[in-house]
Design a protein around this ligand. Structure first.
Ligand code: SF4
Length: 347
């Protein structure tokens, strides 16, 4: 049990991640020897409650996609714990499972990929794409498999007659529906939605988001929703985790994080959320410099070279993630003391 989940009933939690790290070696020179390490995820602590959507946000390269894939063990973690509350087996340490054990819990942990154009095999029919997880896990064959695929297509708003077609016959939105049908095939508990709407037109985005919300309600699904579009994340998430250079900097209920952020980086992100009403538009907060490199991050708080509230302590000491308000966690030495602005306040 992590500090974050200490006060929650154990059965309300589906996933706990503690100290998760995913490092990649950087090789250079003639003999390709190791010359450094990319710290894509660098000590992530978070939990996901049953039936909720946890948004995972941050700038490109902050490690959110790597974190989502490492949680599912599509990527091997370098260190840390991934504890999953499996409906049959109870709590399992996913990072310790061998291939056979992983296969046994895999049906409960699925992913929807970002790009509906490259994530579906163009040589496979819809029936094979959607039915493959059922075939691999020997859960259906023959007519039963066909019936199940037809049902899954109906569930995602597509016609069963499309079963014999190939992916190229569909639009981006329809392809993403096929990706969702495939992810649903094994009745999962947890789905990592990896930027599922960012490759789609805005009008189609709304349809796919509504579909994901309907499916969550109907099948009691839990989502980790990885995205960089803060408006989309605000719409769909119950809680939001903000990452910066591989680390979690803030975790809170969506409204709390958007309206009363407790970390200067979240404050800057909120100031950049577009507003339809020009009277509500705020001046964006200019962040000096570039996002820190995960190969050679700064000392202390990774955000300190860009932070307008920086003090000496920030340059040497890593700020711990602490609960500054009920269920509101921030990794800033001055969280709770700074008056930060959320998305509605104007300057
Ligand atoms: Fe800024 Fe210091 Fe807080 Fe980091 S710890 S966000 S540098 S005030």
């Amino acid at each position: 049990m992590t500090e974050q989940t200490a006060t929650l009933p154990k059965d309300d939690v589906l996933l706990e991640v503690k100290g998760l790290k995913k490092y990649y070696p950087v090789r250079g020179g003639f003999i390709k020897r190791g010359v450094g390490t990319v710290k894509a995820v660098d000590g992530l602590d978070l939990f996901v409650k049953k039936g909720e959507t946890l948004g995972l946000v941050g700038e490109s390269g902050c490690g959110k996609t790597t974190a989502g894939r490492t949680i599912l063990r599509l990527l091997e973690p370098t260190a840390g714990e991934i504890r999953f509350n499996d409906p049959k087996q109870g709590w399992v340490n996913v990072e310790q499972l061998d291939t056979k054990q992983l296969r046994a819990i895999r049906p409960n942990m699925q992913i929807i990929f970002q790009d509906p154009f490259s994530s579906l095999d163009p040589r496979m029919t819809v029936q094979r794409i959607v039915g493959e997880p059922l075939e691999i896990n020997k859960l259906a064959s023959g007519q039963e498999l066909k019936d199940r695929v037809a049902e899954l297509l109906r569930v995602v708003g597509m016609r069963p007659e499309y079963m014999s077609r190939y992916p190229h016959a569909f639009s981006g939105g329809q392809r993403q529906r096929l990706g969702i049908a495939r992810a649903l095939a094994l009745n999962p508990k947890l789905i990592v939605c990896d930027e599922p709407v960012s490759a789609l037109d805005v009008s189609i985005q709304a349809q796919v988001l509504n579909l994901l919300e309907d499916l969550q309600r109907d099948f009691n699904l839990t989502y980790i929703f990885v995205a960089h579009d803060l408006s989309v994340v605000e719409h769909i998430s119950d809680r939001v985790a903000v990452m910066y250079v591989g680390r979690l900097v803030e975790l809170a209920k969506t409204d709390d994080l958007y309206y009363t952020p407790q970390h200067p980086y979240s404050e800057a992100l909120m100031a950049a959320v577009p507003k339809p009403d020009p009277r509500q538009r705020e001046r964006p907060i200019k962040l000096p410099g570039e996002v820190a490199s995960p190969v050679n991050p700064p000392t202390g708080c990774y955000f300190h070279p860009r932070c307008r509230y920086v003090q000496d302590i920030c340059k040497t000491e890593v700020p711990p993630l602490k609960e500054v308000l009920p269920e509101h966690w921030s990794a800033c030495h001055f969280a709770g003391e700074l008056k930060l602005r959320g998305i509605t306040e104007t300057t």
